[in-house]
Design a protein around this ligand. Structure first.
Ligand code: GLU
Length: 306
């Protein structure tokens, strides 16, 4: 993948999952994606990744949108909801099936675990059991994308050159689960293509998904966006902040501006201390003028994806 062409206007987005209130980890992704898009004179869109109904908390999306607005984030266009796009995901699966790239799979998670040579970072590597047709009889089948035996290489704007051998690190991966839910990997790529997104800024926990997404772009005949993965904000116990439920990491209108200041500091941007009591819009305006990817702390960048 080439480096971003400075003459290309960025089209970025923030794509939170409304599974609870906004937390510091997702605020870092909101700040980073907003600043990079706006700094390049580009668009910044919002998408609610409410793909997994049992995990969605009623009201969380509306609360998040109200809070982002109060904190000075202004987005372009209508908010996109993945839950309104199932028909589109179904069409794309049909297209990929017609191209011979998919197969139905009857394996249960337990069977995959038992047959997997070694667990990958994303769970067990799928060994291709159903590539020539489902081996078991099940009323509901998952749909998998065949992956080639080659290495996917890309250059992340923060982490630099990375590569992953999809077949040995992940295996053929599901685009639709046996329970009928569409997979995140499919939805994120289809949505970003349909919205014209060319700049993806998000947490480094998604680095290991990026090669799968790049492969999906190629299956759909599209070029992937430029990726910038941001270091993860870890709690004191080393766990990703979003997974902790302490009140300290939940953002609200009161602590939000200070949290934006902290997000800028966490990203190595050295916001001036006299801005520590500024409001969200002022902090974001400072960030648009000063944000530099090169300042993201190197010690936070060490990362391996398989
Ligand atoms: N919905 C994902 C999350 O909240 C982000 C997906 C993405 O940015 O690609 O972690």
């Amino acid at each position: 993948m080439t480096q971003p062409d400075p003459s290309t206007v960025p089209i970025g987005r923030f794509a939170p999952s409304p599974t609870g209130p906004l937390h510091f980890g997702s605020l870092v992704a909101a700040v980073g994606s907003y600043l990079l898009a706006r700094q390049g004179g580009g668009r910044w869109m919002l998408r609610m990744e409410d793909l997994d109904p049992p995990r969605v908390v009623p009201g969380a999306a509306d609360e998040m949108l109200a809070l982002l607005e109060q904190l000075g984030f202004a987005w372009d266009g209508e908010v996109i909801y993945q839950s309104h796009r199932y028909e589109r995901y179904r069409q794309v699966i049909e297209t990929l099936r017609q191209r011979g790239l998919l197969y139905d799979c009857s394996c249960t998670r337990k069977e995959i675990l038992a047959s997997a040579p070694h667990p990958g970072e994303e769970g067990p590597v799928y060994p291709g059991t159903c590539r020539n047709g489902p081996v078991g009889v099940r009323a509901q089948l998952a749909v998998r994308l065949k992956v080639p035996g080659r290495t996917v290489c890309f250059t992340d704007g923060v982490y630099g050159p990375l590569e992953q051998h999809l077949l040995s690190a992940v295996g053929d991966f599901a685009l639709r689960r046996a329970d009928g839910l569409f997979a995140y990997q499919l939805a994120v790529v289809v949505d970003d293509i349909d919205s014209g997104v060319n700049q993806v800024v998000r947490g480094a926990d998604l680095l290991s998904s990026t090669p799968r997404q790049i492969y999906l772009y190629s299956c759909l005949g599209e070029s992937p966006p430029h990726y910038y993965h941001l270091p993860l904000a870890l709690g004191g116990d080393g766990e990703k902040m979003s997974k902790r439920h302490g009140r300290d990491v939940v953002i609200d209108a009161g602590n939000g501006p200070a949290a934006i200041w902290q997000a800028l500091a966490f990203l190595g941007q050295q916001p001036p201390t006299d801005l520590a009591s500024a409001n969200g819009a002022e902090l974001l305006a400072w960030g648009v003028g000063h944000f530099q990817v090169e300042r993201i702390p190197l010690e936070n960048r060490a990362m391996k994806i398989d």
